[in-house]
Design a protein around this ligand. Structure first.
Ligand code: 13P
Ligand code: SF4
Length: 315
């Protein structure tokens, strides 16, 4: 990475290059505010994958993490897909490597593999149906009750799904390092200080946090809830990037991020992978058309099948 050039107006240059190259910038809610502001579309994992599938731009710049950019390539393989920092991974995706997942599947013949979108293309290719936090419940409920299911890789989302659907899912033992880090004690203390506040949590959070939540949903669903609910104060248990859109949508409401266990300085939780993308990297990746996501054509065709099942089942 080259050093910051103070003569470059990154915002202006990104907008110019985007137009010149017919590129679209898709950003997840956990990106820094400046990237969310310059993006053509900001959304949760499901909405971003749909945008990627439907775009007629020549280049998709994915301001998110690696599995999201890979998903964009799988659903729209003729496009050039760029990721500002190739090291922008995901602890959940990394907790589930394809070789171990293949063994897990082989040990459980007759099970259907429903896999969270936070996984590699190889793991997707070994799965039956992909889901995101916004459609996981609907997808599990669409599967016949006598069909045994493997749910991977997020054990917290899996436990939540077991609770709300009453299904006996066999879980992979993975977790999101950001959503697992919320402190139950600090949340209880915050609730005492703000007795009228509603707790809003992402289902990747641990069960003790979810038990205190008034609303559980994907990043987009949390945003909708905060917008539509009459309550004026919310304790937000997800990555702090969502506060950018929330503060824009509900400037008069009080939004308090739930602190992490080990976090004594900053009052919020940030995903170190999501925050690897910067305006400078976004500019350089558009300028150089690199780093690019490339995937083997056979892998793309195999990984597309469970993603198409997801699109079909979440209509
Ligand atoms: P959603 O965007 O589906 O809410 O997922 C959150 C997340 O952790 C993405 O990595
Ligand atoms: Fe992965 Fe968690 Fe970061 Fe999302 S917030 S990209 S699940 S580590």
């Amino acid at each position: 990475m080259s050093k910051i050039d103070e003569n470059v107006d990154y915002k202006e240059e990104i907008l110019r290059l985007k137009k010149e190259k017919n590129a679209v910038i898709l950003a997840h809610y956990y990106q820094v505010g400046a990237i969310q502001e310059i993006a053509d579309f900001v959304g949760d994992s499901l909405a971003l994958s749909k945008q990627a599938a439907g775009t007629d731009a020549n280049i998709i710049v994915f301001a998110g993490v690696h599995f999201m950019a890979e998903t964009a390539k799988i659903v729209n393989p003729s496009k050039k897909v760029l990721l500002p920092d190739l090291n922008a991974g995901c602890s959940l995706s990394e907790s589930c490597n394809a070789a171990d997942f293949e063994v897990f599947r082989a040990k459980h013949p007759g099970y259907l593999a429903v896999t969270y979108i936070n996984c590699s293309a190889e793991v997707k290719a070994l799965s039956d149906i992909i889901c995101t936090s916004s459609n996981a419940r609907k997808i599990i409920e669409s599967i016949p009750k006598d069909q045994p299911i493997l749910f991977s890789p997020d054990r917290n989302l899996g436990k939540y799904l077991i609770e709300v659907t009453g299904r006996n899912l066999l879980l992979w033992d993975g977790a999101c390092m950001v959503h697992e880090a919320f402190s139950f004690e600090k949340l209880v203390a915050l609730q005492k200080k703000h007795p009228n506040a509603k707790v809003v949590a992402h289902p990747e959070s641990e069960t003790n946090i979810l038990r205190l939540a008034h609303f559980i949903g994907s990043t987009s669903a949390m945003l909708d809830f905060v917008k539509s609910d009459l309550c004026q104060e919310f304790l937000i248990a997800t990555e702090a990037g969502i506060l950018h859109q929330m503060m824009k949508e509900v400037p008069d409401k009080i939004l308090i991020p739930v602190p992490a266990k080990e976090n004594n300085t900053c009052a919020c939780s940030e995903c170190p992978y999501m925050k690897m993308n910067t305006m400078q990297k976004l500019y350089e990746c558009l300028l150089n058309e690199s780093p690019e996501i490339t995937l083997d054509a056979i892998l793309i065709s195999k990984a597309l099948v469970p993603l198409e099942h997801m699109f079909e089942l979440s209509k």
